[in-house]
Design a protein around this ligand. Structure first.
Ligand SMILES: Cc1cc2nc3c(=O)[nH]c(=O)nc-3n(C[C@H](O)[C@H](O)[C@H](O)COP(=O)(O)OP(=O)(O)OC[C@H]3O[C@@H](n4cnc5c(N)ncnc54)[C@H](O)[C@@H]3O)c2cc1C
Length: 380
């Protein structure tokens, strides 16, 4: 039996961001992670720090996301400082492209609504084709206009995961891979995580197991009805710089490849790819930036999003088993700073961030894990 101060279940972007924020000298944090054969959104995502358009009808989420994006430069700087890993965070803004007047109008209306609901502190611009061409000279002839948000950006998500792992290790967080947790028990204020024949015990426990949270949450009086939602992605060969900014579907990585995303499908736990979807993604990419049509594709893959029924995060402490927390979300890249700098201090005993009440799992009926009301604004 190993005893520590906090057990974090899940070593993806969410679990390691929280563990990183929890780490303090003299505090023993243990992260238990299932291992290489697990589903891992953190290894298959698109890498955007994305704010604009998110959170319509849910202003707490719009503010939560905006605040995380605001704290991202600090996270990137600290990771670089502490680990020497440059996660390639570029926050010069991002664009959404529209292909018709109706699309641009809908975009404009959506952004105005989110801005107003979020209290006004929400910079963006709506651009017609001529204005867009000034900033994105390589757009295709059918692009009608678009929106620009200075809040957004992108990172190298694999370097981010590596940096978080490395930063955790340097802060004496114990990372144990190959440690899937099958069962959690609670008695006398202590949680025991059962992993194979081993047991880990602590007075605090954080569920950050991505899709694994759906099963684990109920064992400690929490409710996290997350389900997989598949995204397919494409990466091309490396090329000279053609994109200075990401769009919601296309970005040039720090290594030079063009990454093209991302579909949304309910495919259960199938993380494969289909030619039909990849063809649609390619068509849209070439319509957006015709130069992409000249490039060879080097890899395609599918990955499963960790989706709640409404697409928004769940952050909650258990009432029946105090000391157990669930932290699960889609947009774990964007929200990494919020998890390290706002969620972790709350778990460590500081006051809850003001938005937090809106994110409990109680908002979903117990039997309602299937009612997905998602739109494409949840893609990143
Ligand atoms: C196609 C796609 C594109 C995306 N694009 C973006 C984007 O542009 N921007 C953005 O912000 N976000 C994006 N995301 C979302 C982002 O990748 C996820 O929010 C994030 O990776 C979730 O991290 P996680 O740690 O919760 O889950 P995961 O990465 O799935 O990690 C969960 C971990 O828990 C472990 N685990 C599971 N069950 C157990 C158990 N019982 N015991 C022990 N360990 C367990 C697994 O081993 C795994 O390592 C995208 C996701 C996808 C799929």
């Amino acid at each position: 039996m190993l005893t520590c101060d906090v057990i974090v279940i899940g070593g993806g972007l969410v679990g390691t961001a929280v563990a990183y924020g929890l780490a303090q000298p003299g505090k023993n944090i243990t992260v238990l992670d299932e291992g290489d054969d697990a589903f891992r959104a953190s290894r298959g995502n698109f890498g955007l720090i994305w704010v604009h358009g998110k959170g319509r009808g849910f202003p707490q989420y719009a503010r939560w996301t905006r605040e995380s994006a605001r704290q991202w430069p600090l996270l990137a700087a600290r990771l670089q400082d502490e680990t020497g890993i440059d996660v390639q965070a570029k926050q010069a803004g991002a664009f959404t492209l529209c292909f018709s007047e109706a699309e641009l109008e809908a975009r404009s209306e959506r952004l105005a609504a989110v801005r107003d609901e979020a209290g006004g502190d929400y910079p963006y611009e709506i651009l017609d084709r001529a204005a867009l061409l000034q900033r994105l000279p390589h757009i295709g002839p059918t692009v009608f206009g678009g929106s620009y948000s200075p809040m957004d950006g992108h990172v190298n998500p694999l370097k981010l995961l590596r940096a978080l792992h490395s930063a955790c290790t340097q802060q004496d967080v114990t990372l144990k891979t190959g440690h899937g947790v099958q069962r959690i028990t609670y008695a006398d204020g202590l949680f025991t995580a059962h992993s194979g024949g081993r047991q880990f015990r602590a007075p605090k426990l954080v569920l950050a197991a991505g899709l694994g949270n759906a099963v684990l949450a109920g064992q400690v009086g929490l409710h996290a009805p997350v389900r997989p939602n598949r995204g397919q992605l494409i990466i091309t060969e490396r090329c000279k710089k053609i994109l200075d900014y990401p769009t919601g579907h296309i970005r040039q990585t720090d290594e030079g490849g063009i990454q093209i995303g991302e579909s949304m499908e309910d495919a259960g736990f199938d993380d494969g790819t289909t030619n039909k979807t990849l063809a649609e993604l390619s068509r849209r990419a070439i319509a957006s930036f015709p130069a992409i049509g000249q490039l060879n594709v080097v890899r395609v893959w599918g990955a499963l999003r960790v989706m709640t029924p409404d697409g928004y995060p769940i952050y909650q402490e258990s009432k029946s088993c105090p000391g157990a927390y669930v932290v699960t979300c889609h947009s774990g890249v964007t929200l990494a700073a919020a998890h390290a700098f706002r969620i972790a201090p709350w778990i460590n005993g500081a006051g809850a961030p003001e938005e937090l009440d809106a994110f409990t799992g109680d908002r979903f009926p117990i039997a309602d894990a299937s009612a997905q009301v998602l739109d494409h604004h949840h893609a990143h």
